[in-house]
Ligand binder design. Structure first.
Ligand code: WTA
Length: 579
């Protein structure tokens, strides 16, 4: 834990522009937001345009996982993102600056231009039979069409479900089928560096072959590579848009109507479809880097220093704990000691940032997400579920009261929603993260306390990776744990037991990696595979991951109590075979 503190005055952040310009101002407003959350959030909601005001600000019950905000109110998220700015005379302001794969490739859209594109695509959706409440899967890289498609869905009340462009055909298929999407929006091939070698349309074709709910596939021409085209099902984006009308009234939506589904990895089984609701606006990923930082730092300073950084105002990080050396490099070299680093902590489930420094107000400590955002009440619980008072404190990071962005359910599986977030500590939202609160009240996220890995800022459930490894015909059983990795934050260490008669070889190892790429995607490829005759299990058959974690981390001096293992000699074999 770093002890350096960087007061806001040490940065050149233009304090005159700040909404919150001192730590005292933050503390006062934070206290108000916690004392009267309904008044606080009602004031925030007043900033949106409502067709009809709400009856009740907040109504929630963390025991039954029932959460409602602004019930009775009606609005449209797309209208609030675009129309109202255009109507207020800001149509010429820039809404999107898109940079492609090379610095020479970019596009900008003003609010008016974006609104026109969104209305046109909303008409394409309608013409192809998409109605309010239907699910639309979006499997695209970061291209402007992604934002246009999201907003168009919101405009007509369709529910969008975005699947990360690097996922495999099977991952895509499972997500489409889980929420029975009617349409898929994808692109021909995807760029990675200078090459267009991710076959997204081909992946989409393979997925859709096993997705009975998909009626139409819209294809964005990104690279111009030749792809298979099924004329009775597939539609080129540019052709459909050429004929589309640019008039489309937004649908009047209830505040609690669904807006989007976002799948994320959990500690067990298949990914969860997190449901977010209409009054929550689209999240914009303004300049965030996390894992990239470690990779960039290794390349030396010249790559950064050869570019003009004078227009940078502040720097963001998200997704994983950042260590002091990287923080200092980011601050000193990239930000030239002028730019505050805004380390934001949040989760797919939270629908927005829950902890963050405020650039002009919060003295920074390298590696800490600092303090809670307004209206967010973090608590630290011990094993028994008691709130740990005072500072310093460590334990499970939980949130005590509901905020508007929190997910509402796991799509189609409310029990799983309760099991994952609310049952371990009744009455609290359990984040799954461990945390330390230091003597000054700063929060330091220490990483996941459940079986979720964080590889290069991507969440993967150990069960998901184990399932993919198990698809290889030679594999009898697998257990996966994370270990510290210089670049990725966490690497994937897989322990694999083979079927009787099979023996470990480079071919089997390559085959296992291939199976994981095919079933999940390259991001989940194990970094290390250790073949082992058996896994350490308790007498009741539960794998003791604690031991596997220690061996993977190289911390074999104290493996703790192994007396409850069905066969304690397994551990020796594991230690000997360590990779
Ligand atoms: C981790 C990505 C430390 C954490 C935003 C959380 C972080 C998980 C931070 C959510 C941060 C996110 N510092 N750890 N600033 N931000 N995390 O849903 O473990 O992909 O639970 O959302 O990332 O991952 P998710």
């Amino acid at each position: 834990m770093a002890n350096n503190v960087f007061p806001p005055a040490e940065t050149a952040y233009p304090i005159d522009n700040a909404h919150i310009d001192s730590l005292e101002a933050y503390q006062t407003q934070y206290a108000e937001s916690i004392q009267d959350p309904e008044a606080f959030w009602a004031t925030v909601a007043e900033r949106l345009t409502w067709y009809q005001k709400w009856d009740t600000v907040r109504d929630y019950d963390f025991v039954n996982g029932e959460i409602k905000w602004f019930e009775g109110g009606t609005l449209n998220a797309c209208y609030n993102c675009l129309d109202r700015h255009v109507e207020a005379g800001h149509g010429d302001a820039t809404a999107i600056i898109w940079e492609g794969n090379s610095p020479s490739e970019d596009k900008t859209f003003s609010y008016s231009e974006l609104l026109t594109e969104v209305k046109k695509f909303a008409n394409v959706l309608k013409a192809e039979g998409v109605e309010k409440g239907d699910r639309v899967c979006i499997y695209l890289q970061m291209v402007p069409e992604l934002a246009i498609a999201m907003l168009a869905c919101a405009r007509i009340g369709a529910v969008h479900s975005i699947v990360f462009g690097a996922f495999s055909a099977e991952s895509l298929r499972d997500r489409i089928n889980d929420s029975a999407c009617k349409m898929l929006i994808t692109q021909d091939t995807a760029m990675r560096g200078p090459r267009s070698d991710i076959p997204m349309k081909a992946n989409a074709d393979a997925a859709v072959a096993e997705c009975p709910s998909i009626e139409k596939v819209v294809v964005v021409e990104r690279t111009g590579d030749t792809v298979d085209f099924n004329t009775s099902r597939d539609i080129w984006w540019h052709e459909a848009m050429a004929d589309a009308e640019a008039a489309c009234e937004p649908e009047v939506m209830n505040a609690e109507d669904p807006l989007f589904i976002l799948y994320t990895s959990g500690s067990t089984g298949k990914p969860k479809g997190c449901f977010a609701y209409h009054r929550w606006l689209s999240r914009l990923y303004v300049l965030y880097i996390s894992t990239a930082l470690r990779a960039l730092m290794k390349e030396g300073n010249t790559w950064v220093e050869k570019y003009d950084r004078s227009t940078l105002k502040f720097l963001g990080t998200v997704g994983e704990p950042i260590k002091e050396p990287e923080w200092l490099w980011y601050y000193n070299i990239v930000g030239e000691k002028r730019c505050p680093i805004v380390d934001t902590w949040w989760q797919t489930e939270t629908g927005g940032i829950l902890m963050t420094p405020l650039p002009a107000a919060t003295p920074l400590k390298p590696g800490s997400a600092t303090f809670p955002f307004f209206g967010i009440e973090p608590v630290i619980l011990d094993e028994a579920g008691n709130e740990v008072e005072g500072n310093p404190a460590t334990g499970y990071l939980c949130i005590k009261t509901a905020w508007p962005g929190i997910m509402r359910t796991v799509y189609g599986d409310h029990e799983r929603f309760l099991d994952t977030y609310f049952r371990r500590f009744p009455g609290y939202y359990m984040t799954g993260d461990g945390v330390l609160r230091d003597e000054d009240g700063y929060y330091w996220i220490t990483g996941r306390v459940d079986d979720v890995l964080n590889v290069s800022g991507h969440r993967l459930g150990t069960a998901e990776v184990e399932g993919a490894i198990g698809q290889h015909e030679a594999v009898a059983e697998a257990a996966v744990v994370g270990y510290p990795h210089d670049i990725k934050g966490q690497g994937i260490y897989a322990y694999v037991t083979l079927m009787t008669g099979e023996s470990a070889s480079d071919t089997v190892e390559t085959g296992i990696k291939q199976a994981v790429r095919q079933h999940i995607g390259p991001i989940a490829t194990p970094d290390k595979i250790q073949f082992t005759p058996a896994l350490p299990k308790t007498r009741s058959g539960k794998i003791m991951r604690r031991i596997l974690r220690k061996i993977a981390e190289g911390d074999i001096s104290n493996l703790g109590d192994t007396s409850t293992l069905a066969d304690p000699t397994v551990v020796e074999a594991l230690v000997e075979g360590r990779r």
